[in-house]
Design a protein around this ligand. Sequence first.
Ligand code: GYE
Length: 370
Amino acid sequence: MLALAMVASLAACSSSSSSSSDTTAAETEAATTAAEDGSEEATEAADETEAADSTASDGELITVGFAQVGHESDWRTASTQSCQDVFCEENGYELVFVDCDQDSAAQLDAVRNFIEQDVDYIIIDPIVSTGWDTVLTECEEAGIPVIVIDRTIDDSDNYTAWVGSDFTAEGYAAGEWLNAYAEAKGIEISGILVIEGTTGSSTQLGRTEGFEEIAENYGWTILDSQDGDFTEAGGQEVMESYCQSYSGQFNVVVCQNDNEAFGAMTAMDAAGISYGVDGDVILISFDACTAGLEYVQAGSINADFECNPLAAPFVAEIIEALEAGEEVESTVYMTEHWYVAEEDVLTTITVNGEEQELTYVTDEIIEEQY
Ligand code: GYE
């Protein structure tokens, strides 16, 4: 209820009036170069910087530094967009956005820069789950509350709140769906290949742990499980090598995000391996962003386990509670769905004794998705 109220009260800002500023060196340089050219875009960029500077020093806007993982996937793009929409001037914020390009050292630097800039709040989506205690202590000493989103930090409690998804639960759901689906269709699982997300990210750790536990319960063989770094290129590369090494030995491919699944499809197409509803290989994915769901609807991906990237409204709710001196929820889970390509095979699965619904993908769902 609170979350819905929050979404309703925080209108997304129009991009032209966005107050977000990007502090990466490359971007600053581009803006400067463009300013020297005297282009319209550059003038706008310069104006925006000035506006941000003056309003920030007035103390009217709440300054939020966001150390984002990178731009590796559709999910990430949706997450960034969500933050830029919510933390804008119209909503009373100045956003300092840093794209850390999947580089953990750069992410620690970004957080330390936020401390130096004395921002009011810091949002971190931690690339990897460990190595955080020192810098979080520095944030605490500087009196800057930290809100962690999406991936978890597993070696420190030194932050105010976390908003994200239960990745292990997503892995369990994928495993139980595979078991129920294979049984319903009379398919014998011969061998499973997994393309994992970025090694050491809590997303990779959780989805791997959940799925592997189910695989062990049912006695399935996981032939291989390699890192595709959550990118399409990574997924394609891993799948190309799988096609060579495990030809004829597998009939399930599990990709830990949609973009890896897109890459895996390209590799299987090239190798002449069919997948999806009418194919020889069952293809499972996670995230369920728009393009992923389109492939589910087309029957190329059999099932896609959603991970909701729209955390920003919940973070704004936490910040507003802190501003009002109120207690905040320290853990907030996003709501997600399990999407499937076939309407009449299964409607529910049982995960850890709990019945969970499956959602058949329709045009309306795709229309609404991020
Ligand atoms: O699954 C992937 C992204 O941490 C949930 O990161 C996130 C993951 C998401 O790159 O697409």
